[in-house]
Design a protein around this ligand. Structure first.
Ligand SMILES: [Mn+2]
Length: 333
C-alpha cells in the first residue's frame, strides 16, 4: 500500500457498487488461510454494517484456529446454485479463479456483477471490477484501507478479522512486506480493541496434537541438498491415512523446513487424491523469486511464497520443480 493516507481513487467504483447493490456474497480460495478467512469476514462485517444482506461461503470449512473470530460460524459451504437474490459476488485474496475451486467458479460465472479484491501480483483480473494491489502485504490491508476510505469506524470484530488476515500473511509481522504502513494499520486495529496476546495465542499456540504427528514425519523425512540451500519434503498418497492425520494437520509444513540455517528455498510436495501434486514453495533469499519458479510450472503467488498444482506422478513433478530451483540457486553468487 502507499504510505500516505490520502484518498485512494482505486476504491471509487468499489464504494459505488457497495452502496448501489443490496445483496452480496463473499467468497475466497479453498483451503483458506488467515488472510482468506479474515478478509472474507471483514468484508462481510463491513457489508452488514452498511445494512446490506450478505452471505459468506467457502469450498472448505473454516480452520479450527480461526473459528474464534466473530461471524466465522456464518461462513457456510457453497450453495448448490447461485441464490436468485445475490446481485454481487465478491472474491477476496484469490489471484485467479482456479483458486476458489470448480464449483465456486460456476457460481462466480453466473453472478450478475463480480468483484475481485486481491494482493497477488499475478492476479488475472477475472471480475467485472478488479481491485488489485500487488504491493499490499495482505488482502486484509486493502480491506482495511477501504474501510478507512469509507469513514466507517472499525468495530472490534472487524479489527480482529483484519488483524488475523495481516498477522498471518506477514508471518506475524516478520516478512519484508511488513512496512511502516502495515504497522500503522496494526496499531489502528489494536486501538479498535484487538487483544494482541490473546489473539496470537489463539492463532499460533493452540496447534492440535495430531499436527505434531505430521511435524515429526516431516522432520524425519526432509531432504536437504545443494549445500544446504534447498530443503524439501514429499507426502506420498496414502501417507496421511497411515499417519491418521487430516488436511488441517498438513498445513504450513513448509514453515517447519524453511527455518533451517542456510536454506534459501523450502518446498513441500504433496500427492492429492485427483492425481495432481500440490507444491508449496518458500524463499528466504530475495534473489530467489519463487513465484517465477512456480510460473514455469503453471503456478503463481508471491516472490517469497508461491504454489503450484501440477500433474503427477509425484516423483516427476518433484524432479521438474527441483531442477528449476537448482538452476536458480546455482546461478547465485
Ligand atoms: Mn493473502
Amino acid at each position: 500500500m502507499t504510505e500516505n493516507n490520502s484518498s485512494h481513487p482505486m476504491f471509487n467504483d468499489l464504494i459505488q457498487a457497495l452502496k448501489q447493490y443490496e445483496h452480496f456474497a463473499v467468497i475466497s480460495h479453498f483451503r483458506p488461510d488467515g488472510d482468506a478467512i479474515g478478509s472474507t469476514l471483514a468484508m462481510g462485517l463491513l457489508l452488514r454494517h452498511l445494512g446490506k444482506n450478505v452471505q459468506m461461503w467457502n469450498a472448505d470449512p473454516v480452520p479450527q484456529r480461526y473459528a474464534f473470530l466473530a461471524a466465522a460460524g456464518d461462513i457456510t459451504p457453497l450453495p448448490l446454485a447461485l441464490p436468485a437474490d445475490v446481485q454481487v459476488l465478491i472474491c477476496v485474496d484469490s489471484g485467479d479463479l482456479k483458486r476458489i475451486g470448480n464449483e465456486a467458479m460456476e457460481l462466480f460465472n453466473k453472478a450478475p456483477f463480480t468483484i475481485n479484491i486481491d494482493h497477488h501480483h499475478t492476479n488475472t483480473r477475472y471480475a467485472t471490477l478488479n481491485i488489485v494491489d500487488g504491493g499490499a502485504a495482505a488482502c486484509g490491508c486493502i480491506i482495511h484501507a477501504l474501510i478507512r476510505e469509507m469513514g466507517v469506524s472499525l468495530t472490534r470484530p472487524m479489527a480482529e478479522a483484519l488483524y488475523t488476515a495481516i498477522n498471518t500473511d506477514t508471518g506475524s509481522f516478520q516478512y519484508s512486506s511488513t512496512t511502516p504502513a502495515v504497522m500503522r494499520m496494526a496499531a489502528e486495529l489494536i486501538e479498535a480493541g484487538v487483544d494482541v496476546g490473546d489473539i496470537n495465542r489463539r492463532i499460533w499456540q493452540e496447534i492440535p496434537a495430531t499436527s505434531f504427528i505430521t511435524q515429526r514425519e516431516v522432520l524425519n523425512n526432509m531432504v536437504v541438498e545443494e549445500q544446504g540451500s534447498i530443503s524439501h519434503y514429499s507426502m506420498p498418497a496414502g501417507r496421511k491415512a497411515e499417519l491418521g492425520v487430516g488436511p488441517e494437520d498438513c498445513k504450513d509444513l513448509v514453515d517447519i523446513i524453511r527455518v533451517m540455517q542456510g536454506v534459501k528455498v523450502a518446498v513441500i510436495f504433496e500427492d492429492l487424491e485427483n492425481g495432481l501434486v500440490r507444491v508449496s514453495l518458500r524463499s528466504k533469499d530475495p534473489q530467489v523469486d519463487v513465484s517465477a519458479i512456480a510460473g514455469m510450472h503453471g503456478g503463481g503467488g508471491h516472490c517469497m511464497a508461491s504454489g503450484i498444482r501440477m500433474r503427477g506422478p509425484l516423483a516427476d513433478a518433484r524432479e521438474k520443480v527441483l531442477n528449476s530451483i537448482r538452476a536458480v540457486v546455482r546461478s547465485l553468487s
